[in-house]
Unconditional design. Sequence first.
Length: 289
Amino acid sequence: QPFVISNGLVVSGVERAQWALDNILIGGAEINPSQLVDTFDDEGTSHEENWSFYPNAVRTAGFCGNPSFHLYWPNKKKDKTHNALSSRELIIQPGYMMQFKIVVGCEATSCGDLHSVMLEYTKDARSDSWQLVQTQCLPSSSNSIGCSPFQFHEATIYNSVNSSSWKRITIQLPDHVSSSATQFRWIQKGEETEKQSWAIDHVYIGEACPRLCSGHGYCTTGAVCICDESFQGDDCSVFSHDLPSYIKDNFESARVTEANWETIQGGVIGSGCGQLAPYAHGDSLYFNG
């Protein structure tokens, strides 16, 4: 603060230096919970107990075709701040799992400037040291630190290339994230004023459901699976109808293609490579870069 010396005395000036506070948390729990479940749907229910900070987030419904409520980062402020969702401290034991839905950049018109959302963790809230929950492990990197033999997975980084539509992510949490005070965060960094919009929904962190619900269901309170339509059983592994014994698709019918394939990522129906004569004719599933 400014001051002047008058007659040998220090006299404070009228002006005051500018200052600010942000992201204040006072309180906590004597014993951290071992489970976090939040669908963001319940009206009148406080979601504050699950999350420590979520700057620039808006609770809304309808983004990218999701009719249920979720947390949404519209990125309209253009103030160069990070966008993040940080959990409270949790007791994480070996064998626990995490599940959530995410979408990034569904309104994007190009693949440039990805502004990825990273899923990170820390075991010490006193420091600002965060690491990815999982790094990329491919056959070529199987000897890298953090990679187990014959277990391959992408890094916990999400962008408009791999998550341009709502996608359910299920992760068997690695043992190195276990502690009595683990925090997780999804964070979108970048100094640019414009970033891709993104959203989070249906978060579960806790004891693993049977077989992680086999990729066909949501894990919820009590480590119980809520199976997707057409699946049943404790682990959602039983298909309620007979499965087809073959797939045939010449990519001439969008309806047939949609029924045949669960996910098509990076490819479109077209003729970008020209006619594949003499082996095939008409449209094909075309991947470009």
